[in-house]
Write a protein that binds this ligand. Structure first.
Ligand code: ZN
Ligand code: FE
Length: 242
C-alpha cells in the first residue's frame, strides 16, 4: 500500500492544518481546517480534490473552514460524536474505538478528553502517524479547558505506548515556548537542552518544528514524562501562568 502524502499548511498565527493524500485512491483529507482558502489552494496546487475533513475537536481554529470547504468540494466531514452540538457541519460522528478510512488506509479513533470534553485523535497504526489536535504538542500538552489533569495524564500515558518512530501531527507551532518552559521543569535533561537549542535555530530560520515523534517526546516532553496526574497538573498550571 502506497504511503500517505502528508503536507503541512501553516495558517493564522500558529495553526497547522494537515493535508493528507492517498495516492492509490486519490482520497484527500484535511485535519482541522481552521480556515478554507489556503487549504483549498494547497490541495488545488497539487491537483488533489478534497474528499474528507476530519476534526479533532470543536474549537473554531480547528473547524472554521469546514463549511466553506464542504461548500466548495462536497466533502464528508467526520468528527467527535460528543461535540456534535458544537460542530453543526459534521456528517459522520465517531468516538474512541471506531475506525475511519482514507482509501485503503484505516485510522483508529482515540478518545483523548481534557483540552475539550470530546476531543479525539486519529491513529494510523500502519503508517505510524497520529493526528492529535491540541492534545500533545512538541514538549507540551493542550490546556485543560474542559477536562482534568487525570484525563490528560491518561492521554499522555496512552500516547506513550506508541513506538518511538510514530510521528505526532499536532495543530500548533508552540514548540519554542514549550521548550523554554520545559527546561525550567527539567533543568538537568541534556536531550531537552539540546532540543531547545535546535528549536531556537529552526525558528530563527523560519522553519516549522512539527511533526514531532513519540521518541523525541518521550525524551523531552515534561507532560509525557510526568510521573503522576498531580505532577502533570502542577506543571500545566505553572505553564498557564508563565
Ligand atoms: Zn483547541
Ligand atoms: Fe487549537
Amino acid at each position: 500500500m502506497a504511503a500517505l502524502d502528508i503536507v503541512r499548511i501553516p495558517v493564522l498565527s500558529d495553526n497547522y492544518v494537515w493535508l493528507v493524500h492517498d495516492p492509490a485512491s486519490k482520497a484527500t483529507m484535511i485535519v482541522d481546517p481552521a480556515v478554507a482558502e489556503p487549504v483549498l489552494e494547497a490541495a488545488a496546487a497539487r491537483g488533489w480534490t478534497i474528499t474528507d475533513i476530519w476534526n479533532t475537536h470543536w474549537h473554531p481554529d480547528h473547524t472554521g473552514g469546514n463549511a466553506a470547504i464542504k461548500e466548495a468540494t462536497g466533502c464528508t466531514i467526520t468528527g467527535p460524536a460528543a461535540e456534535y452540538a458544537r460542530i453543526p457541519t459534521l456528517d459522520v460522528q465517531v468516538k474512541g474505538g471506531d475506525k475511519v478510512r482514507l482509501g485503503q488506509h484505516v485510522a483508529d479513533v482515540w478518545d483523548v478528553p481534557a483540552h475539550t470534553a470530546g476531543h479525539i485523535a486519529y491513529h494510523f497504526a500502519e503508517g505510524a502517524a497520529i493526528f492529535v489536535g491540541d492534545t500533545m504538542f512538541a514538549m507540551g500538552c493542550g490546556r485543560l479547558f474542559e477536562g482534568t489533569a487525570e484525563q490528560m495524564f491518561a492521554n499522555m500515558q496512552k500516547l506513550g505506548t506508541l513506538d518511538d518512530a510514530t510521528r505526532v501531527y499536532c495543530a500548533h507551532e508552540y514548540t519554542l515556548s514549550n521548550a523554554r518552559f520545559a527546561v525550567t521543569v527539567e533543568p538537568d535533561n541534556v536531550a531537552l537542552a539540546e532540543r531547545l537549542a535546535a528549536v531556537e535555530s529552526a525558528r530563527a530560520a523560519g522553519e516549522a518544528t512539527v511533526p514531532t515523534s513519540i521518541g523525541e517526546e518521550r525524551a523531552t516532553n515534561p507532560f509525557l514524562r510526568a510521573p503522576s496526574a498531580a505532577e502533570l497538573g502542577r506543571i500545566r498550571a505553572l505553564k498557564d501562568a508563565a
